[in-house]
Design a binder for this molecule. Structure first.
Ligand code: VGL
Ligand code: ZN
Length: 198
């Protein structure tokens, strides 16, 4: 048994002033940095989209940001353009102790499909490779923190349990977008899946 801290999407675009800002997102940097020493491994995820990404409202003429459309793989919220490959907002937060990470895994780099989860793209089938990495290192207990609670953290935690890991979301080290009650919905989904909310 070994435990990993999975730090989801701590990037300037998800922090105040960013293109898809989550309220209070930057408040998490210092506590997450402090937690890192308590784990056998630290993994960071990085949302990483090409400019023509299908999750961007601006790539769907007439569509409003934060509306939902049907994609071949299911419903997809359309977001303001964010975490565009190579842009400053797509970097890791400058104060995040990224030097301590063993692995940085990027997701959402295919234009035609979004990837909230650190494990699978939004078709729930195309793997990112993270599960294999964690299994190879015998990292069984995953503690999830970062942004956003109700999208990338929640989807990652649910997939983790589905893949046979123990998943614990440290809620005080997350912040939610909370779109139409998505925070409470995500909490219910995580609890039902067997994610521990700590
Ligand atoms: C996220 C929406 C779009 C997240 C990423 O990190 O939760 N949310 N892309
Ligand atoms: Zn994204």
């Amino acid at each position: 048994m070994a435990k990993a801290l999975i730090v989801i999407d701590m990037q300037p675009d998800f922090c105040p002033g960013g293109r898809l800002a989550v309220a209070g997102g930057d408040e998490l940097v210092a506590p997450i940095n402090e937690m890192m020493a308590d784990f056998d491994a630290v993994v960071l995820t990085q949302d990483w989209h090409p400019p023509d990404h299908a999750s961007f409202a601006e790539n769907h003429p007439g569509a409003e940001p934060f509306s939902t459309i049907q994609m071949p793989y299911g419903p997809q919220v359309l977001w303001p353009a964010h975490c565009v490959i190579g842009s400053p907002g797509a970097g890791l937060h400058p104060q995040l102790a990224a030097d301590r990470a063993d692995l940085v895994i990027r997701k959402g780099f295919r234009a035609e499909i979004d990837s909230y989860s650190a494990f699978f793209e939004n078709d729930h089938r195309t793997p990112t490779g993270l599960a294999g990495y964690l299994r190879d290192r015998d990292l069984t207990d995953l503690f999830l923190v970062g942004l956003a609670h109700d999208f990338c953290v929640a989807w990652s935690a649910v997939d983790a349990v589905r893949l046979g890991f123990r998943a614990i979301v440290i809620e005080e080290a997350t912040r939610a977008i909370d779109l139409n009650g998505s925070r409470e919905a995500a909490r219910a989904t995580m609890r039902e899946a067997g994610v521990v909310l700590a």
